[in-house]
Design a protein around this ligand. Sequence first.
Ligand code: MF3
Ligand code: CO
Length: 306
Amino acid sequence: MAGAPRHVLVRIYMIMSYKIGRNAPCWCGSNVKYKNCHEAFDAKLKRYRLLGHEVPGHNLLKTKDQIERIKESAIVNRACLDAVGEVICAGMSTEDIDRIVYETTTKMGAIPATLNYEGFPKSVCTSINEVVCHGIPSKDVILKDGDIINVDCSTILNGYFSDSSRMYMIGNVSEEKQKLVRVTKECCDLGLKEVKPWGHLGDIAQVINDHATKNGYSVVREIGGHGVGLEFHEDPWVSYVIKAGTGMLLVPGLMFTIEPMINMGTHAFNTSKVDGWTVTTADGKPSAQWEYQVVVTEDGVEMISW
Ligand code: MF3
Ligand code: CO
């Protein structure tokens, strides 16, 4: 073979390395040979890419093992929101909520992901009425009858991230605000139904945007969801205002949040110049948000946290 022309040697080398690759363990961590595991899947991804779709890289696709670990993190994440739901009421400060989240999280061996995240000073975000998101808990902010509040909790357990948020209604809430909270939840549930392999992120956005607009509401455009699991905020960035059939391809193992912010009035908002975090609606009208963490499965979706 030594005497063979260079182009023949190159060809032989390429065939050999291709075969070695196909018999090597699959990148997904299954310990199954690549050719019997994700080879056909990768070929499919490549076809989508060539057709112009935005296709996630392997780095965004969680393995079975990673998903199990992220679900353990999510047990803590949900426990925090359950604990808040047990006691939340008028007269409590948002710092009281922060303490519940901090204590529940640390007692279960986890770390609040927001604490010191890019300078965020607390263990949870608490966003009341016209606060769209990223409200900072404070002993001076007291919940009062008629408030609606989003509690957004993010958790790190053994290096794995979970993230979800819920709305709570304090005492006697106006019909108007109750409807906003309910419709926002419906938006998330409709979005959830759109999560299936070989669909697109835009399928989720479209049903959310349609349902919100049909009810006279608007969807925040510049702040959205995100990939999550191995980091707090991973690709893809998730918009809720793009069209069905556009945006990243939904592929088994892709994990992200469904967390639209729905405003009763305009979608425009301001970010506080005082604390650098608190986002409020430009017209002072209420805003609501629910957040689910989901993963695309072989035949649909699995909820990781909610
Ligand atoms: N938990 C928020 C989310 O859903 C992120 C909050 S970042 C913070 O993505 F720094 F404001 F806490
Ligand atoms: Co999130």
